[in-house]
Design a binder for this molecule. Structure first.
Ligand SMILES: NC(=O)c1ccc[n+]([C@@H]2O[C@H](COP(=O)([O-])OP(=O)(O)OC[C@H]3O[C@@H](n4cnc5c(N)ncnc54)[C@H](OP(=O)(O)O)[C@@H]3O)[C@@H](O)[C@H]2O)c1
Length: 320
């Protein structure tokens, strides 16, 4: 066990660590958990590349972090994960500007939005949360191969309990759209992508970790109507889950832990391809409403199926 848990904060899990010389690339770094992850890792000396789709919001986040960490080394990069063209352009700029990436944190996300589509016609949640990060990671892989830590953290969610990936109809072309089934599918895809990365890249010393951060009040709930909030809270409380909100520093702690914990080192430690919550590796559990990872999210053949489908849909190809 890590010695950290539900209550641990970013500063707790990074205490005593020196991240100087490490470049950490974080998507969705202008808000919520991404911004807090950037702040906490910058405070430990890391060079942070803050990716977001809006330069003005990135500038505000940089100002907020610099106010509390004056020595923070921060760069920004604009990228819209809902556009393959934007991803290709941004990653090409990243390969020119940065020599390496030690840690990639695929944190950006959209939750329970109406039935919308990305620029490339993918359903918005599957397209942004999974396919956008799949294409981004493929394009950044040459930089990650040059890093030393060689870790990739994918923000998933306990919401993955809501649904597996529907390989026959991932974009809801032939079934009714449901915002929570869609979110669940996209968050299951984040775990399967983690398993796929481990299957393909552990041999190069690159390890991937999926994270459920907890329940935290951020901008993620922007698409929720009062009725949706009521229904969700009823669902959470009806199972006697003892649900409690985390603070943002508690919510971002598991990302920081998965990105840096020594006990997760490949070889001697647990390795990657795992799902973490409350700063530990979760068990596979197909029943619990209060934790664990569903078996359909860590199934190695589904991970391979999703990899092939994602390559086909995005045209992105990982280096051999
Ligand atoms: N908060 C929770 O309770 C919770 C629970 C489980 C999992 N998570 C996961 O944690 C991650 C971070 O969420 P959060 O709570 O910090 O939410 P947040 O405050 O809404 O942050 C989400 C970030 O993703 C960015 N984003 C959304 N669509 C994008 C796109 N097309 N291109 C580029 N960036 C985009 C947002 O940018 P804009 O500001 O420009 O929209 C924002 O920076 C998400 O993956 C979420 O699924 C959160």
């Amino acid at each position: 066990m890590s010695g950290f848990g539900w209550e641990s904060t970013t500063d707790d899990v990074l205490a005593g660590k020196d991240l100087s010389g490490q470049t950490v690339f974080i998507t969705g770094a202008n808000s919520g958990l991404g911004q807090e992850t950037a702040r906490a890792m910058a405070a430990k000396g890391a060079h942070i590349v803050m990716a977001g789709r809006d330069q003005a919001k990135l500038d505000e986040a940089v100002a907020a972090i610099t106010a509390s960490v004056p020595q923070a080394q921060l760069d920004t990069l604009t990228v819209d994960l809902g556009s393959l063209e934007s991803i290709r352009a941004a990653t090409s700029r990243a390969r020119q500007r940065f020599a390496k990436i030690d840690i990639l944190i695929n944190n950006a996300g959209v939750m329970a939005c109406p039935f919308l589509h990305t620029h490339d016609g993918f359903e918005m949640q599957f397209g942004t949360n999974h396919l956008g990060h799949f294409a981004l990671t493929a394009e950044l892989m040459p930089l990650i191969e040059r890093g030393s830590a060689k870790r990739i953290v994918n923000l998933s969610s306990r919401g993955h309990h809501f649904a597996p990936v529907d390989f026959d109809d991932p974009n809801f072309q032939h079934r009714p759209y449901d915002p929570w089934i869609s979110y669940g599918q996209s968050k299951t895809a984040n775990v399967l992508f983690t398993v796929g990365l481990e299957q393909h890249f552990a041999v190069l010393g690159i390890h991937a970790y999926a994270v459920h951060p907890g329940g935290i009040q951020t901008n993620l709930g922007r698409h929720m109507t009062p009725e949706m909030i009521e229904a969700l809270m009823a669902r959470v409380t009806s199972h006697d889950t003892g649900f409690q909100w985390k603070t943002i520093p508690q919510g971002a702690a598991t990302s920081c832990w998965a990105a840096t914990a020594e006990e997760l080192e490949g070889g001697s430690g647990a390795g990657g391809g795992v799902y973490c919550e409350d700063c530990h590796v979760a068990d596979v559990d197909d029943e619990s409403a209060t934790g664990g990872v569903r078996s359909y999210a860590v199934n190695s053949s589904y991970a391979e199926q999703l990899w092939t489908l994602s390559e086909k849909l995005t045209g992105a190809a990982f280096p051999e």
